[in-house]
Unconditional design. Sequence first.
Length: 333
Amino acid sequence: MIMQLWRKLSVGIFALLAGVSFPTHAAYENTPAWWQRYGEERDAIYAHMKRYGITREGVAAMRRLTETAPSYSDPHVSLASEKLLNPGEHYRIEMDEFILTMKVPDVKAVPGNWIWPYTNTRTPDPAMKKLLQRENGAVRVANLGWYTCRSIFPPGLVGRCETMGVSMTYRILKPDEMADFSTPEKLRELSRKIIRNMIIPKEQVEKAIREGNILNGADNRIHLDSETIVINGRVWVRDVMDSSYRRSYAYATALSPDRMVGFTFGLPEYDYNANPDPSSYPAAIKRAFVLMEEVVASLRIARVNDDGSPDPFVIERVKPAPLPVREKLPAAQ
């Protein structure tokens, strides 16, 4: 029975991979039957990539499928990584000529752990070009989250379950921004300016309190000033900000004179300002720090066809983490 179901789904996935949509999706219909067929085709694409690996052909098939439902169509295709990758394997994100890999941690993922496996901003098609214009040259390439609580019950079923996450953005630099990203030192200075602008002067906060106004960001604090660090041979600029029951670790690096990537780790909600001693943190918060350190330490960026040209952000060139081991796609398919 299972094999018969797989064969039926395979017919759909291979048709989509060949660039041919199902006849049932020739016209959009907002009906239960239409959406059921849509879901079956989507699940078939996921099953194919789970078995044989994430490929450009699979992502293109997913895009063609989403284009049959206009309200869900997006030229920059995201995938639910928890359906495709196992703990210990690596996320692989290709951004133009750059390949970023990062370890999949062995913890329960929050539903909807999204990655955008392929991003083309060098030669975008018309739809992608329109998206880049709308987003001012910045696109998400990862939006991941994990539970840090421990329970015999599913997360959130009984009591509170802390979560943490990371959001990653790839961006085209404007000509007037390139100088600030030309060296780690200049990027660090830019980072310092940005985080200082996030600190609201004490007088302004006191005035808002006297007038009974709510002032967002009134409790922003710089926990760690901008600094340069090296992660697997690449220089990053990092800063850490505290705000109301939040702590965020922000990282940024320049990939080329006109491209950069940055990511922010958001830790679980907790009054970090009132509890400066890490040894007093609850167990879930401590686990979040360990998880963040593990994921960040695994991060690698390599350049396709790297010619070895000097790069102020590269101390040592590294290779991407290995691809997940999957079945080899039969030649007939």
